[in-house]
Design a protein around this ligand. Sequence first.
Ligand code: TXA
Ligand code: MG
Length: 327
Amino acid sequence: MTPSDVAFDQAVDLLTAGELVAFPTETVYGLGADATNPEAVAKIFAAKGRPADHPLIVHLPADEFVQQWARDIPDVAWEVMENFWPGPLTLILNKQAWVPEIITGGQDTVGLRIPGHPVALELLRRFAARNPKGGIAAPSANLFGRLSPTVASHVHAELGTQITVLDGGACSVGIESTIVDFSRCPPTILRPGHIAPAHLAAVLGVELRIETAAGAPRVSGSLPAHYAPKTPMRWIKCTELSHELKSSNKFVLLGHTPAWAAQADTLPPNQTKILPNNPIGYAQALYSALRSLDDYGADCILVEPIPETPDWSAVNDRLRRAIASSS
Ligand code: TXA
Ligand code: MG
C-alpha cells in the first residue's frame, strides 16, 4: 500500500509548516514532526500526553545525515548502522550541540534511526529535499503508555481523526525498534526488539550489555507500566485455564500453542486470539490482537506464558510491561 504523490507532498508541506503527520514504519506507526522545530515537536508531546523529559527518536533518510545530529560516533556504531539500517534499530549517540533539548529530554545524547518501511523512507527523502537536516522526530503514534499502532486506523483510534496519517498498511515487525546506547561502554541494549542481542553480538564480535535496572526513565518504554490495553491482563498457565473459565468472570484469551487453542475452543471466536507460535509472527500480531481483545470489554485478558528464551525476549518484555500496568 503506497500513498499517492499528492499525499506525500501534502505530508511534507504539513511537516515543513510545523504540523504533525503520522506515518508507517516497519515497527509501528510514528507521529512525526520536523525535528529541528521545537514548537512543532511540542505538538507531539501535547497530542500524546507524554511527559516532557522523555526523549524522541529522530528518523533520517540516509547515513550521510547522521553526523549532522551526532558526534564522536564510535566505529562499532558505524558498523551496526551499515549492517542493520534501514531497519528496526535505534542508536543512541552523543548529540551535536545544536540539537533541541525537547528532542533529547535534556540529555547529551540523541536517538537516531533509518526505518526500513518504503513509505517512511519516501517521506524522509522528500522531507530532506526541502529541509537540509532531514530529521523527522517520531514517537509511536499512541497516547502515552498505551499500545503502539500497527495499522493506520489505530492511529485515528488513539489520536482522533483530525491527525493526517500516511497509510502504509500493516507494520511487518509489529513492536518498537531495538534501542542500543552507543554513548556507553560497552554498548547497552535499552529496549529489546526484533533485532536480537545475539544477532548484534555476532555482527559486532562484542557482547552487549542489557539494561535491566529500572532507574530514571531515559527510555519511556522502560517504565514498568507501558504498552498497555485498558483491560487488566494476567498470565495463566494452560493447565489452569479450564478451571479459570468455569468462574463467572468475563474473560478474553491470548495464547499461541495448540494445547491452549484446544482449551480456548470452548469460547466464542471473538473472545480468543491464537497468535503464531513463533516470536516473529507473535510480535507482528500482538498489538492488533490486544487492541481487539480490549474492545471486547472483558474483566480480564488471560495470557498464555511465553517461553523464557532469548528469541522471545522482546515479546516477553512488552507483555510483562502490559501486565505490570494492570496491577
Ligand atoms: O520503533 C520505534 O522505535 C518507533 C518508530 C515510530 O520509530 N518509535 C518509538 O518511539 O517507539 P517512542 O518514543 O515511543 O519510543 C522511543 C524510545 C523512548 O522510550 C525514548 O525514551 C527513547 O526511545 N529514547 C529516545 N532518545 C533517547 C536518548 N537520547 N536516550 C535514551 N533513550 C532515548
Ligand atoms: Mg511509544
